[in-house]
Design a protein around this ligand. Structure first.
Ligand SMILES: [Zn+2]
Length: 279
């Protein structure tokens, strides 16, 4: 049970974009000053077009995980992303902290996402990526109930798509897994995310790592998956406001050039990876 790639393809690469704009600051860090929000403005108005141009030059279509607040605040960006042939997936409303929500509040948020995706994208999202990759105990069953095909927030595998299982926690005995979900999970990793390594947040996250170090880390992960894992999935997560800064952008472009120099590398959207699943 895994994805089955086309003959001659060794690895599915998703260069996933989390198009958070203002929401990551308000939702995850609780800051809403004009200075922090200007980083979200840079995200939508400078970095997103820069990324779209890079993807277009390299004939790459990918998945933009987009909070609904970004759609409402920067609707022209959504048109450009769709015009570039990319997919838009659900990523919360205002980058909420999902892990602490009760079921009713999480359900309300999901329903709002389905409504606003239909309004701004033209249809419901097929996939979901939770803000900051956290799940509540209800998230998986809610995604099933609302008919999502895939999720990309969990870390139970590294380079293989899989079916996540609900876990029943016990305070005084073993934790017990339930039956595999119909949802296809395309796993993520903090190692393969630009934000913690590169984005500076005063007194919270130093960021500003050497791009040579990050290039080597991402290349090592890619090389391992390429060499060691049959039908591998390599899901990298970038944020326009982070990867769009000059030194980071040049490093990202160098990584794309490296991956394209290898045989059998397919750049795919997360829905295309989900569709390659075979039981
Ligand atoms: Zn995000």
């Amino acid at each position: 049970m895994a994805i089955k790639l086309r003959s001659g393809t060794r690895i599915a690469v998703n260069l996933g974009v989390d198009f958070d704009a203002h929401t990551v600051w308000e939702g995850s860090f609780g800051v809403s000053s004009p200075a922090y929000l200007s980083r979200g403005e840079f995200c939508a108005e400078v970095a997103a077009p820069r990324l779209l141009d890079l993807f277009q030059k390299n004939d790459i279509r990918t998945t933009w995980c987009t909070p609904t607040h970004t759609m409402e605040t920067f609707p022209n960006s959504i048109d450009k992303i769709l015009g570039g042939g990319h997919e838009i997936a659900a990523h919360g409303c205002r980058h909420e902290k999902i892990g602490g929500l009760d079921e009713d509040a999480e359900r309300e948020l999901l329903e709002k996402q389905l409504d606003l995706h239909t309004r701004y994208v033209g249809h419901r999202p097929r996939g979901y990526r939770s803000p900051s990759w956290d799940f509540s105990p209800h998230t998986l069953s809610l995604l099933e109930e609302y008919g999502f095909d895939w999720d990309s927030s969990l870390m139970g595998r590294d380079f293989e798509a899989y079916r996540p299982r609900p876990m029943h926690r016990s305070e005084d005995g073993p934790h017990v897994f339930g039956e595999p979900s119909p949802i296809i999970e395309i796993p993520v990793s903090w190692y393969l995310d630009d934000f913690p390594a590169l984005e500076h947040v005063s007194r919270i996250n130093p960021g500003l790592a050497s791009t040579d170090v990050i290039y080597q880390r991402w290349k090592d992960h890619f090389d391992f998956a390429y060499e060691e894992i049959p039908n591998a999935v390599f899901a990298l997560t970038v944020h326009p406001q982070t990867i769009g800064r000059a030194s980071n952008f040049l490093m990202f472009r160098r990584l794309i050039d490296y991956m394209k120099s290898k045989d059998g590398v397919a750049f795919m959207t997360l829905s295309e990876i989900c569709d390659a699943w075979q039981d």
